[in-house]
Write a protein of this length. Structure first.
Length: 348
């Protein structure tokens, strides 16, 4: 995590990204929250009042520009007891809405964002890969638009059950079945595949490009902070269109809060109290080990190195170390499996 934070910070400083913080200094995390106003700045001119419950886009504007909450040394994130918010980005929470429901406005807005970007048309059938928080939000947003069937893939039984609760019509265990095969069996003849990648782990996007059908569209919601190796010949040959997402726009946040307030989207799965916070965070940092399944053969030492660098490897069978790279024809890797790729994921 520290390595990824430093890389994100270095990239932002070098190329003008939004995550301009020093990872060696203190940071209060958290960008999904609902809070009560305890003080108003002198320049606040709206109808906001002390005691109002509010949610906000996870950004704050200051004298030196803007900062992303949870990625700032100066402005505390949602895990803090107090935090500063910008008036123009705040939304008042309806009195009837529970605070814990309102706190989910931000992650749901990301799902609404990607459903908007996907912009599914008649004859297109979505496949959501990864059913963590964002994958579930995407499923909910697609179903709220009346889209179906929505097919969802995740190796975790808990996540697959959650996907069904959010409205997924078909759920797939990629340890047991090929998600693309299930997509084919549930899409009508001539349908176009729209994959929404919500994992963000090395190897997943590449596997999608390799296995996706011709003319597929791939919407990348998962954010991978490591280097990625892509077999672009597959995407080129099949005419696959890949689009990355960016961030939600203002209307996405408004639609998210309205959907929660109206009950159009129900995110009430359960609660975790503060007394179990340590246990919960420990579970998140130590996700379940998925069953080992065969990966595909590799033909280059470089690809072996890439896979072993990123994967939770259970067993690797390679030619002898003395074999020169040009003579390496095959190998076998047994590893944790997500959508046919050697990655290790847990609950988000």
């Amino acid at each position: 995590m520290v390595h990824n934070a430093k890389r994100l910070s270095q990239w932002s400083q070098q190329f003008g990204g939004p995550f301009n913080f020093n990872p060696d200094k203190d940071i209060v995390l958290g960008h999904e929250f609902c809070g009560e106003i305890v003080e108003l700045g002198e320049s606040v001119s709206s109808d906001l009042r002390i005691g109002d419950r509010v949610v906000s886009q996870p950004v704050v504007f200051g004298p030196d520009g803007f900062a992303v909450l949870g990625y700032s040394n100066e402005y505390a994130g949602g895990f803090g007891e107090y935090l500063a918010l910008s008036e123009q980005l705040v939304q008042k929470v309806p009195e009837s809405m529970p605070t814990e429901t309102a706190a989910l406005m931000e992650p749901l807005s990301v799902g609404i964002q990607y459903a908007r970007i996907a912009n599914l048309q008649e004859g297109e059938v979505p496949l959501v890969v990864g059913c963590g928080a964002i994958g579930l939000a995407v499923i909910a947003a697609l179903k709220a638009q009346g889209i179906g069937p929505v097919i969802a893939s995740d190796p975790s039984p808990f996540r697959r059950t959650s996907a069904e609760k959010m409205g997924a019509d078909v759920v797939v265990d990629p340890n047991a079945e090929n998600p693309m095969d299930i997509w084919v069996s549930n899409a009508s003849m001539g349908s176009r595949c729209v994959v929404v990648e919500c994992v963000g782990a090395p190897g997943v996007l590449n596997e999608i490009l390799i296995t996706a059908p011709w003319s597929a569209r791939v919407i990348v919601a998962g954010q991978n902070l490591d280097d990625e190796v892509l077999f672009t010949a597959s995407a080129h040959t099949k005419g696959i269109n890949v689009q990355f997402g960016g961030s939600p726009i203002g209307q996405d946040y408004v639609e998210s809060l309205n959907a929660l307030a109206s009950g159009t989207i129900d995110v009430s799965f359960g609660r975790q109290g503060m007394s179990t916070l340590t246990e919960l965070l420990t579970r998140l940092l130590n996700p379940q080990i998925l069953n080992a399944t065969p990966y595909r053969c590799l033909s280059k030492w470089e690809r072996v190195v890439n896979v072993s660098r990123f994967a939770q490897i259970d067993q690797m069978v390679l030619p002898t170390p003395s074999t020169p790279p040009e003579e390496v024809q095959s190998c076998q890797i047994l590893s944790s499996h997500q959508f046919g790729s050697p990655v290790h994921r847990g609950l988000l």
